[in-house]
Ligand binder design. Structure first.
Ligand code: GLN
Length: 539
């Protein structure tokens, strides 16, 4: 069977959830027995989002092979349970970089290098790349941005060309739009969808299916009207109604028969019906929690939900696993100090200190860590959150009052967190951190081992600084145990305090590997500890 390509574009507005629709379709096709992957084409000129401030573009997601990618790849992994790679996220910057490098090498033999055909050829090459590996039956490609944006035009043009270059039965185009409800007119409005599809058709791309985001159900009349005006088959206009959870969307799309339409187009209608027992069990627990816990998320990007996307999703997964609703309270670490910390953490059953870069809000994180440590509140630190555990412990327990990371003060007398050796000669910022999956060996007598239940684990990293092993002996003697280390380099990856009900800091990003059906073990254990803390406090 030839690899099948489905392209997902969006119109009318951004943030309609194109990534969720792409991931839901992929999930449906996977559940029907196909090998599916998803890729995202982003219109911006950065090579990757690794150098972007989270306020610009939300969290930077990291894959096993060390790519810094768009956060939609996190959704793809969480929905499909398969790992993405460098090839799954392409930006305009990457496309131009390749073409310009080839031009300098003389590969174009004196030709004028142009958007069409050279840029579009490179886009097409990348659009087909994963399909050519032979590992997938279906490749779903999400085109970032909104149709009509100047930036995404070359991507849409490449799609237009592929529409004719690939056999009809191997190519499909899905367009996601918004059908707004006007309360004053008490009506759903189809005009924005008509305009968006017109724009797509002007670019020469014909949608096979139109998915309409809506807050109210679409009547058969409205569906017929959109089909008629937008030149698609009746029945190929479907609704994506606001759902209580993004994980409900694959089931909603199944009800709308999205998978049946796609499989009919690909001549694969004979495939068996999907089995969503695992997903349904997860949703059942999510919708019917028995308990509620309050977790403080202490970070500096808290104003933007997407900045901590994978952490928030991991809490949803871990909550369901504990039959528990997790209420996450964002605390801006810049506003935290010794005088207000008790008030800020009042009623909290657990504290998570978030990853981050730079000085802003750092002292507030340290204050929150101290409070959780001293008051025996379940504590979980991730990356910078782990590094600040080490700083806090060094200052307060070892008496090293100037302890800090050299990221903030390179001249400190006590660099308990210091630049990794191989980072010292690095001057270029993009793609040069310690990135991707590394093994970690756990001490058998530790909380980490009890949580994971195995001696060797693999988690993903994104950092430049590390625990300074010159302080290891003193830290351990005083009660901060290094319970997980890289087996090859000896880098400390996990610290914990054993004289505490639950206090763990990890250098890696466990949130990147949590899925609804396989929740991340530290998050699950943290929520369990928070529940126990709550029960004890209420007793
Ligand atoms: N800024 C720290 C470092 O580079 C931590 C990074 C992070 O939290 N992702 O090591």
């Amino acid at each position: 069977m030839n690899t099948k390509y489905v392209f997902v574009t969006g119109g009318v507005a951004s943030s309609l959830g194109k990534g969720i629709i792409a991931a839901s379709l992929a999930k449906l096709l996977q559940a029907r027995g196909l090998r599916v992957t998803i890729q995202k084409f982003d219109p911006y000129i950065n090579i990757d989002p690794g150098t972007l401030n989270p306020y610009e573009h939300g969290e930077c997601y990291v894959t096993d092979d060390g790519a810094e990618t768009d956060l939609d790849l996190g959704h793809y992994e969480r929905f499909l349970g398969v790992h993405m790679s460098k090839a799954n996220n392409v930006t305009t910057g990457k496309i131009y970089n390749t073409v310009i490098t080839k031009e300098r090498e003389g590969a174009y033999l004196g030709k004028t290098v142009q958007i069409v055909p050279h840029i579009t050829d490179e886009i097409k090459r990348r659009m087909l790349l994963l399909g050519k590996t032979g590992k997938y039956d279906v490749v779903v490609t999400e085109i970032g941005g909104t149709v009509g944006d100047m930036e995404s035009q070359p991507f849409v043009e490449a799609m237009r060309q592929l529409q004719w270059e690939l056999p009809d039965e191997d190519f499909m185009s899905i367009h996601l739009t918004l059908v707004p409800y006007l309360a004053a007119a008490k009506e759903l409005k189809t005009k924005p969808t008509q305009h968006s599809v017109q724009q797509l058709q002007q670019a020469g791309v014909h949608p096979d299916i139109i998915v309409c985001r809506t807050e109210k159900p679409l009547s058969p009349e409205i569906r017929r009207k959109i089909a008629q005006f937008c030149n698609v088959k009746p029945g190929h206009v479907i609704q994506s109604i606001d759902a209580p959870s993004i994980y409900q969307v694959p089931l909603n799309m199944e009800l709308e028969k999205l998978d049946d339409m796609v499989l009919a187009h690909f001549d694969l209608s004979y495939l068996p019906d999907p089995d969503f027992a695992g997903l349904k069990l997860f949703l059942d627990r999510l919708y019917n929690p028995v308990h509620t816990v309050n977790i403080a998320l202490v970070g500096k990007y808290v104003e933007l939900q997407d900045a901590y996307k994978s952490i928030l999703e991991s809490f949803i997964h871990a909550g369901a696993a504990n039959e528990c609703k997790v209420k996450v309270h964002s605390i801006q670490s810049e506003h935290v100090n010794d005088d207000n910390i008790a008030e800020k953490l009042k009623g909290m059953d657990g504290v998570l200190v978030a990853p981050g870069f730079g000085e802003r809000g750092l002292e507030g994180k340290i204050v929150a860590i101290r409070y959780a440590r001293e008051n025996k509140i379940p504590f979980f630190g991730i990356c910078l959150g782990m590094q600040m555990c080490v700083v806090e412990f060094a200052r307060d327990v070892l008496g090293l009052t100037n302890a800090i990371s050299t990221e903030v003060n390179p001249a400190t007398a006590d660099p308990v967190i210091d630049l990794m050796e191989d980072q010292k000669s690095t001057t270029i910022k993009g793609g040069t951190m310690r990135l991707g999956a590394y093994d970690c060996k756990l001490d058998k007598d530790s909380l980490a081992y009890r949580i994971y239940g195995s001696e060797t684990i693999s988690e993903r990293h994104r950092h430049r600084y590390e625990f300074n092993n010159d302080y290891l002996e003193r830290m351990e003697a005083a009660g901060l145990k290094a319970s997980g280390k890289n087996p090859d380099t000896g880098l400390v990856e996990i610290v914990e305090i054993q004289d505490h009900p639950f206090f763990i800091g990890v250098q890696f990003h466990p949130e990147l590997k949590s899925t609804p059906e396989v929740p991340q073990p530290i998050f699950v254990a943290f929520i369990k500890a928070a529940l126990e803390y709550q029960e004890k406090n209420n007793a």
